[in-house]
Write a protein that binds this ligand. Structure first.
Ligand code: ATP
Length: 569
């Protein structure tokens, strides 16, 4: 738990965590010493000796314990405050350096939960939960050592009890941990399913799936309630057993103390100490379920911080041929099944290359490798004449503009969404990019013009309009290379006209690599790469490929046959 806390808080707060822990340990030791002083105090009291010196010593130790408690509490709160204010930023900075290939929907679900409940738990741990853990271990240990000093046999009994109680406590908490992991996974899955259910309403309704429910969501919710039920049923009796074991140990130690040939006065005093030995342990046992859950939350958050970004060079090599892309003998697999094998091609600057091929042939994967979502397992990918592994993310991204099919717009104005392409662009440059991509026409139509809010994800705009905004971003960024995934769905003629016009404009100033779905784009390309079977099956111009009569001819014939009609789900 403490190791995870150190990872989460980061090196800059490590010293503060250690200082906080040192004060916490000091408080726990002083608490144990104050308890141990009960023995001479009670002995003096019961035998009629002077108690004033013991009373003063006890009072001093109690005051010191109070001071340590105060400092430790304040330091805990200060750490909790740091956590509240900086942990989200630290997590955001870290996640922003992870390779884009890391962001699967499952990972994003876990990230979202860790960023909310996980960070809150860290705050809770530093502000409150570490105190019973440390006092539950250190105070009984101090008491046991003191008892060892007064009577070694009883002290040994206490020290022997500790590992047994610890094992029982671990056994009970382990079940809570297992149950919590299952409920956590089930909750993340159910959350993802709810989002999926809401997002896919259109498809579900189109296929009449509104009345008979949505089985994946129902299954996820059922699994969630099963996971919670099973955690409660499996852990509650064990936690009770953990608490009971502390009480049993207390009774056993009383019998043991009574069986020892000791002065009755000392026995009474030592029994008081035994009670103080089991007190913090009972408190720890009572909180063990919560502690285990907190430890799991911390583990998951620490695991996020343990995720390594792709290695980056200390400084980027200078780009040699801006606008060029080169694949040299590239092999790549997501898992074990290879997706690309021995793929080589060159895209010279200021040319347009179209990638075509059957679904699953690796078209998107090629664009992901250029953007370095993942590293290749063999060969190399170069951008601007430099291996992408020798470029910093910033320098690589400076070479690329990306227009994907699923355009995500931020819940902001149209203008702000275009400005994402180059935040320091002048208003005139933003307007010009908007004109080229046909966004000015959208602006003119909307009552609030440039100030129109596009809604979350751009929900207030049509798909074609969103793509125009995305093209405007690319125009504004004016990067040497534009990677474009053409929409497979039909654009209406107006959107089509604007997007094609903007493509023409982009082509004059940048290198274009297009996952092409529209026949005019394919025909206009300087080179067409036909992907199949994990590699480039054919390459050439439209005319040369048609003349060869191979896979491309089959692709072309099929596309021509289907271009007159489309299925819209
Ligand atoms: N993140 C991923 N994890 C595992 N496998 C993946 C992942 N993304 C793609 N794949 C697999 O890699 C192969 C190539 O996928 P890719 O998306 O590159 O194909 P594509 O040619 O772009 O297909 P489409 O035209 O349908 O978009 C497919 O078999 C796909 O299932």
């Amino acid at each position: 738990m403490i190791r995870d806390l150190m990872t989460i808080m980061g090196p800059e707060h490590r010293r503060s965590v250690w200082t906080y822990l040192a004060w916490l340990v000091l408080y726990a030791v002083l608490q144990g010493v104050a308890m141990a002083l009960l023995v001479p105090l009670l002995t003096a009291l019961l035998t009629g000796q002077a108690v004033s010196s013991w009373l003063i010593t006890t009072a001093v130790v109690v005051v010191l314990a109070c001071v340590a408690r105060y400092v430790q509490t304040m330091k805990g709160f200060a750490l909790a405050l740091v956590t509240l204010t900086s942990l989200h930023t630290r997590l955001g900075d870290h996640v922003a350096r992870l390779p884009l290939g890391w962001f699967s929907s499952e990972k994003v679900g876990k990230l979202s939960r860790s960023a909310t409940s996980g960070t809150l738990m860290v705050t809770n741990v530093t502000a409150h939960m570490l105190t019973p853990v440390v006092t539950g271990v250190v105070t009984p240990l101090t008491v046991a050592l003191a008892v060892l000093w007064f009577d070694w046999r009883l002290g040994l009994g206490l020290l022997l009890c500790a590992p047994v109680l610890w094992l029982v406590h671990r056994w009970a908490a382990r079940w809570v941990g297992i149950g919590e992991t299952r409920t956590h996974d089930a909750t993340v899955l159910a959350g993802n399913r709810v989002v999926e259910f809401a997002r896919n309403q259109q498809v579900l309704r189109a296929f009449g799936r509104t009345t008979d429910g949505y089985p994946p969501l129902e299954d996820a919710i059922e699994e969630q309630s099963r996971a919670w039920g099973s955690m409660l049923w499996s852990s509650a009796p064990r936690l009770l057993a953990g608490g009971l074991s502390v009480q049993l140990a207390f009774v056993a130690l009383i019998f043991f103390a009574l069986s020892l040939p000791l002065e009755p006065v000392l026995v009474v005093a030592l029994l008081a100490l035994v009670a103080r030995f089991t007190g913090p342990l009972a408190e720890l046992a009572g909180q063990s379920g919560m502690l285990r859950m907190a430890a799991n939350d911390l583990r998951r958050l620490a695991a996020l911080f343990d995720e390594k970004p792709l290695p980056e060079p200390p400084s980027s090599l200078p780009v040699r041929t801006p606008g060029s892309i080169e694949f040299t003998d590239v092999d790549f697999a997501y898992g074990t099944a290879p997706v690309l094998s021995d793929v080589s091609f060159v895209v010279p600057p200021r040319t347009m290359t179209a990638i075509v091929g059957p679904s699953g042939s690796g078209k998107t994967t090629i664009t992901r490798l250029i953007m370095r979502f993942f590293d290749v397992s063999g060969g190399s990918v170069s951008v601007g004449g430099v291996d992408v592994r020798s470029l910093s993310t910033e320098d690589l991204m400076a070479q690329l503009s990306i227009v994907m099919q699923d355009v995500y717009l931020f819940a902001d104005t149209l203008e702000a969404n275009i400005r994402v392409g180059r935040p320091d662009a002048t208003d005139d440059e933003v307007r010009e990019a908007a004109r080229i991509a046909g966004v000015d026409e959208i602006v003119a139509r909307l009552p609030r013009g440039w100030e129109t809010h596009v809604g979350e994800g751009g929900a207030a705009l049509s798909g074609g309009e969103r793509q125009r905004v995305s093209v405007a971003r690319a125009v504004l960024k004016d990067a040497p290379i534009v990677i474009l995934d053409e929409a497979t769905a039909a654009l209406d003629p107006e959107n089509e006209r604007f997007v094609q016009g903007a493509l023409q404009n982009l082509r004059e100033r940048s290198t274009l690599l297009v996952i092409a779905h529209r026949l005019p784009t394919v025909v206009a390309a300087d080179e067409i790469l036909v992907l199949d079977g994990g590699g480039v099956a054919e390459r050439g111009t439209h005319e040369s490929l048609l003349a060869a009569g191979g896979r491309y001819t089959a692709f072309w014939t099929e596309r021509q046959r289907t271009q007159g009609w489309r299925l819209v789900s």
